[in-house]
Design a protein around this ligand. Structure first.
Ligand SMILES: NC(=O)c1ccc[n+]([C@@H]2O[C@H](COP(=O)([O-])OP(=O)(O)OC[C@H]3O[C@@H](n4cnc5c(N)ncnc54)[C@H](OP(=O)(O)O)[C@@H]3O)[C@@H](O)[C@H]2O)c1
Length: 223
């Protein structure tokens, strides 16, 4: 599958791009500045060699042309970036990993747009795209360390059943990550806000916890 990552020059987008490339996907690493995308791909190739040979640098517009698109943009710019590329994103599955966060002293607080969650704001900004959420609770350092098996669960929300199923499949193809069906985008607010809680725990416990669900096993999406 060809996957585009908007804002792939940051830790999260770059990590996702490298991980997906290592699984054999063709990945376009997007940036507002293609020169920054080229530098990011060079750095990833220096680190991971042939394992990320399918990475291709490009503009965010190039990334938005891919079959499936992930949004790795800094959260403050994520909704505007989706709005800017809305025509190219129409009819496609678009994966938001964005969390609105502010650090206040020794904790993080969630930040939300008027729509309730960043994912719902993206859906409003690109009404013909199929917005889904995933990877909010996966630390970029772990996601981007291809020598390390990830350990965690990924909560996937989307209004469209097929979009949700495709993203769960994408997540579950990453060794040791399990994708779970959390229903529609109305539930993205809980996913995004829990990140502030998780990061506050990590700060106070000096850890790097992610999410693991107990008492439930992955299963196919009910359509
Ligand atoms: N860091 C993590 O561990 C982690 C984990 C899970 C989810 N996330 C989420 O993943 C997203 C990216 O996180 P990050 O830490 O990688 O972010 P980041 O480094 O702050 O930003 C990522 C990229 O976004 C682009 N960007 C910055 N400001 C922008 C703006 N105003 N408009 C458009 N593009 C802009 C930049 O790329 P160019 O300048 O090259 O365009 C930048 O390299 C966030 O939404 C975050 O909540 C992060």
């Amino acid at each position: 599958m060809e996957i585009g990552v908007l804002g792939a020059t940051g830790p999260a987008g770059g990590a996702l791009a490298a991980r997906l490339a290592s699984l054999g996907h063709d990945v376009v690493t997007g940036s507002r500045d293609p020169a920054r995308a080229a530098a990011a791909v060079t750095a990833l190739r220096e680190r991971w060699g042939d394992r990320v040979r399918s990475l291709q640098p490009g503009s965010n517009a190039d990334a938005a042309d891919a079959d499936l698109v992930a949004v790795g943009v800094q959260w403050e710019g994520a909704v505007a970036t989706v709005a800017q590329h809305a025509p190219a994103l129409a009819g496609k599955v678009v994966v938001s990993m964005a969390n609105g966060l502010t650090k206040v002293g020794r904790e993080f607080h969630p930040r939300f747009p008027d729509e309730g969650s960043l994912a719902l704001a993206m859906q409003k900004a690109a009404p013909e795209a199929q917005i889904a959420t995933a990877f909010q609770h996966v630390p970029a350092a772990a996601l981007g360390d291809l020598d390390r098996d990830l350990d965690g669960d990924v909560v996937v929300c989307a209004d469209d059943d097929t979009a949700r199923a495709r993203v769960i499949d994408l997540v579950s193809a990453i060794p040791n990550l399990r994708g779970f069906d959390a229903g529609s985008l109305a539930n993205a607010i809980g996913v995004e806000s829990f990140t502030a809680t998780l990061l506050s725990i990590n700060l106070r416990h000096r850890g790097s916890a992610s999410l693991r669900l107990i008492g439930v096993e992955p299963r196919s999406v009910e359509t």
